[in-house]
Design a binder for this molecule. Sequence first.
Ligand SMILES: C[S@@+](CC[C@H](N)C(=O)[O-])C[C@H]1O[C@@H](n2cnc3c(N)ncnc32)[C@H](O)[C@@H]1O
Length: 329
Amino acid sequence: MVAPGLEGTVEVHSYLGPGDERSLADDVLDGLTRPLKELPPKHLYDARGSELFDDICELPEYYQTRTERLILETNADAIVKRTSAVELVELGSGSATKTRVLLDAMDFAGTLRRYVPVDVSATTVHAVAERFTEEYPALQVHGVVGDFERHLGNLPAPAGPRLVPFLGGTIGNFPPGSRRRFLRSLAKVLGPDGHLLLGTDLVKDPLVIEAAYDDSAGVTAQFNLNVLHVLNRELGANFDVDAFEHVAFFDREREWIEMRLRATKPQHVRVEALDLEIDFANREELRTEISAKFTPERLEGDLRAAGLELVELYTDPQELFAVSLSRRA
Ligand SMILES: C[S@@+](CC[C@H](N)C(=O)[O-])C[C@H]1O[C@@H](n2cnc3c(N)ncnc32)[C@H](O)[C@@H]1O
């Protein structure tokens, strides 16, 4: 059942244009000329990268997706009751496979009005908008193709109490300082009566974590290497993708995973669009992602520093993953 008097509608707004090719160009110029070469993880998610990420979510080693889904299934009704949410504004929504659990709970409670998926991957936002419009005929879908670090000001005004899911452990991609800054920007998006629903991967046996980022089928390796195809295609670079290998390790001091690409021989690369020449020494590495793991204390500290207060922390019986509900303090 959907709130009475509302007709299902769908619209998708894109805030990625020529300026965002610049964002890739700027990130490449900035990141590949540093002493430790690096790129922000958002560039991993072109259409192919998004497909590969969906495949990763199905891998036996990748416990995160199925565990987070279990936590949501167990607690969705309580979350909806506690928040009285009428809309979901989902950041980094991807294929939104777990979102249905929340939409169903809102539908059942009779509060479901609007869904706002926000992602840099245009293909996934369009696919999700189409799918959910079919599955929830009275739902208003307002898709946003954009960068959640730059385009949160373009979100529609709240339609009522808002729930902002940020799932999949994506918050872990921010290093600690920018993580708190980003959480602070989310506090504004929540409004006075909104809640953040944040998925965070928990600190655990490093071997379990490392296996999740270096699966035996090699899908994560393909996902990581795909970013070089993105640079070749979008910026006219000439990376020899076969001359790089996937590396994933858990940094025990910082308690985060690093994904890197390692050159298997010395290489000279030209990035045509930037008129940039880059050298890689044999075994030199390019960092493509960090994924921070959390303790409940670290999570609460980050939330507090961002002006948020923890309302509820949901976890699974093995304490592999946590989903926290928080609101403005
Ligand atoms: C780890 S995946 C999680 C996907 C989904 N939420 C889940 O839980 O399975 C990260 C998602 O965030 C998106 N993303 C990464 N950086 C982004 C950014 N700066 N702005 C918007 N979306 C971003 C990616 O395209 C991808 O869909």
